[in-house]
Design a protein. Structure first.
Length: 581
């Protein structure tokens, strides 16, 4: 099913299925797809079916509609296209080709023959409604003694439920269903046909034959029987298959030997997705000997078949839904990653170009001041490239910290010196308070340095433009087992609903200035050491990030506080003076 995934904007993470020929999108409550983006027009655009695909059509929006960064009035959509409206970016998924496998090997074993002018009613001895499958489960006491016994013993149906609960591959699931059906119904051949998405055609997805000799000939199914079942929404039991159209026009019962057929619809929650087809046949030897052969199918078998088919249909729907969700999440993650990185890389490239232009101008005019100014800009953006690549590597790669005895106070002091000049330029008062009782701790000094630098740099950015901006760095011992590094600021604070999101990759409150990877990488580094980062924040007051590190390295086998245990935020001596002002 075609789908839109919101990969950026106020509705980020939402998914919208395109089920109608025309789907409106905009800020108005009447829009089929409503976006909570103030830069989106009330009636912004429509998604319409045309030229065999979905098109996006701008309906006079104020800020325009863009497909892959190109402003459009009308554009055909392909899988992977990005549609921008205001600050919102949607990723289009066509829904084709990813959920249903082609079973060409099964199709080669099955032939369908049809003659629409043949009347089936003379051969049908019993019918059952397609809703009967769910009713049997709801009212098992109303079933016949044979079927009631089967339900009570939880044979086929119980095992079918077990298969449904853990098999996610559709073909594997349906083959298992047929295997279970053959245990209680004496069919010689069985097949499950599923409808293709967006088409009335049926394709074989599972085939089972009771004996190996059956594989020598194609399994001839009656298309007319299947069409009747789907059209009338009824399962049928046919005991005189000789009247079926397959035996007309020279196609003799001797060749096919079909005696009985059970064909039931596979009715899921919302639609009928296919049929379960079973039959018995008479071999040439039995026909030649003119033996009287009793029937193998009865009304109870029909009811059991419709019940199992209902279960199978529910399982297929759930499996397709699961696959669609996985695919949608994968596309959303890819789109979100590409969007975040491309936006940040674009900003870096613009900075490099600005620096390059200044250096060219300085060389042309022999102006050393312009050359130095351009070089500083280029160097700054070169550092951004390095930081971005290192953050990506650190986040995506599992690593074992290179642990060695480290003085945490030295690490904090190094970070302080790196940020000191920048803080002065911004008018930020950067302070440091190092405890004297911090022992040498086995950590990866470079990793902890990087984690602290990310957090402290964020704190400096957070206080920019605030009255009396302050950032303080502390080291403290919690107890003999835990050391802390605390970063305190009096910035704008973090809203409660965002506290759960700040460590999520690519989530950033800094706009174009941040990649959204810094805090995610910092927490990953701390957790690799057996520690963690905890946050306290108050809007319009400030934030406090506390980095916990075990005094004894978890890599040496020494016991540490498990990640499942919530670490308390211990008060600092003189906390009343250190709280955000």
């Amino acid at each position: 099913m075609p789908r839109l995934l919101v990969i950026r904007g106020a509705d980020e993470g939402k998914q919208f299925d395109l089920t109608d020929a025309a789907v409106s999108i905009g800020r108005d409550a009447s829009a089929r797809i409503r976006l909570h983006d103030t830069e989106v027009s009330r009636k912004h655009a429509e998604f319409r079916v045309g030229n065999g695909c979905y098109q996006v059509v701008d309906v006079g929006s104020a800020n325009g509609t863009f497909v892959n960064n190109q402003k459009v009035k009308e554009s055909n959509l392909q899988a992977g296209d990005q549609i921008a409206m205001g600050q919102t970016i949607l990723l289009y998924s066509s829904g084709h080709g990813s959920l249903v496998d082609t079973e060409s090997d099964l199709a080669a074993k099955i032939s369908m023959i049809s003659r629409g002018d043949i009347e089936l009613s003379s051969a049908i001895v019993k019918t059952v409604g397609e809703l009967e499958g769910s009713r049997i489960f709801e009212e098992p006491d109303a079933a016949s003694p044979w079927l009631k016994s089967a339900l009570a013993n939880l044979t086929v149906l119980y095992e079918a439920s077990q298969a449904i609960s853990h098999i996610l591959d559709i073909s594997e699931l349906l083959n298992r269903i047929l295997e279970l059906v053959f245990r209680s119904i004496a069919a010689d051949r069985g097949c499950i046909m599923l409808s293709q998405r967006g088409s009335a055609d049926l394709e074989p997805r599972a085939l089972r034959l009771r004996t190996q000799t059956d594989e020598q000939e194609k399994f001839a199914l009656s298309r007319t029987i299947m069409d009747y079942v789907l059209r009338e929404k009824k399962g049928i039991l046919v005991t005189d298959a000789g009247k079926d159209e397959r035996f007309s026009q020279g196609q003799s019962i001797t060749k096919y030997g079909i005696r009985e057929v059970i064909c039931v619809p596979m009715k899921g929650r919302h639609e009928t997705i296919g049929v379960l087809y079973l039959d018995t046949y008479t071999g040439a030897r039995e026909l030649a000997s003119k033996q009287t052969i009793s029937g193998k199918f009865n009304e109870d078998h029909l009811h059991l078949a419709i019940a199992v088919a209902h279960q199978a249909a529910l399982a297929v729907e759930e499996t397709r839904y699961h696959q669609a969700m996985v695919q949608g999440e994968r596309l959303a993650a890819i789109g979100q990653t590409i969007t975040a990185l491309s936006h940040h890389i674009k900003n870096i490239l613009q900075g490099l170009r600005s620096g390059s232009d200044l250096m060219k101008m300085g060389l042309r005019e022999k102006n050393d001041k312009l050359i130095h100014q351009g070089w500083r800009i280029a160097e700054k953006n070169q550092g951004k490239i390095y930081d971005l690549v290192m953050d990506m590597l650190n986040f995506s790669k599992d690593r074992v910290p290179a642990v060695e005895p480290t003085d945490l106070n030295n690490v904090v002091h190094d970070v302080y010196e790196l940020l000191e000049s920048r803080a002065k330029e911004m008018g930020v008062r950067l302070e440091m308070d190092l405890a004297d009782d911090i022992p040498m701790i086995p950590v990866d000094a470079e990793g902890v340095h990087r984690a602290l630098l990310n957090i402290a740099a964020n704190a400096v950015d957070a206080v920019e433009g605030r009255p009396n901006p302050q950032v303080k760095l502390f080291t403290r011992m919690t107890n003999p087992d835990w050391a802390r590094i605390i970063v305190l600021d009096n910035g704008a604070g973090i809203a409660p609903e965002q506290l759960q999101e700040i460590f999520r990759p690519f989530f950033s409150t800094k706009g174009s200035r941040g990649t959204g990877l810094g805090l995610a990488v910092s927490r990953k580094i701390l957790r690799e050491h057996g520690g963690d980062i905890l946050v306290k924040s108050q809007v319009n007051a400030g934030s406090r990030f506390t980095m916990f590190l075990p005094v004894k390295s978890p890599l040496s086998g020494d016991p540490i506080l498990g990640s499942s245990v919530e670490m308390p935020i211990f008060p600092l001596p003189g906390d009343e003076q250190e709280s955000p002002q």
